[in-house]
Write a protein that binds this ligand. Sequence first.
Ligand code: KIV
Ligand code: NA
Length: 269
Amino acid sequence: KISRKMPSDIAAMKGQSPIVCLTAYTTPMARIMDPHCDLVLVGDSLGMVVHGLESTLGVTLEMMILHGQAVARGAQAACIVVDMPFGSYEESPAQAFRNAARIMAETGAQAVKLEGGAHMADTIRFLVQRGIPVVAHIGLTPQSVNVFGGYKVQGRGDAAARLMADAVAVDEAGAFAVTLEKVPQGLADRITAEISVPTIGIGASVNCDGQVLVVDDMLGLFTAFKPKFVKRYAQLGDAAGQAVAAYAEEVRARRFPAPEHMFSDEVKK
Ligand code: KIV
Ligand code: NA
């Protein structure tokens, strides 16, 4: 049996070795990344990259639980974190606990992640005190896209002090890691140096304590748009398109299935 990385193990990696994270939404993808990743995030990005939604706002608790269960079947070693979807935690600490408890109980994940800084600190503390490890997510928090007016860099100029205060607040509230999304490099470095728990950057800084990417982005599977912070390590979307085209051509030419894909009528004895 492979031993599972727990939230406390992730927290202990700060200052030791970079934390490798990717998102996953399915069992086969979780299996592929499990030997390589410290943390696997079932991100609510699944609404956009898997379900074709315009934003993450339409993602439901049921969707997160279903994909969380699928990922948990494929990842034995990585710490599994499931995003709390829009509307499932903002109302009150009690609402957040009720829904986070369902995620934990029904998926077998080790932690949840929620968006928000200082204003979510009471909720983070409430969850952690009741047994639910929390990753905070600050900077560009996509569930607030309508307030931000787009997927913009957060924390430049006057906003830097507020973002630093958010990072300190979620650290003090007991989050075991903090995702920094689309935060300027220098500020990400100052936050990483200031707080006691690991920062996990996406569009932040190479000096963050860890990095995360959306798997469909880094594999070239989601190509509707490409944020600046995405590096494509493969072009699986192109490869899949070529494979489907080849299949279509062979079916139309009656070249597939070939003899080795068919069954003889002979009775075997
Ligand atoms: O939903 C997601 O995939 C995320 C990561 C980008 C951090 O929150
Ligand atoms: Na997310």
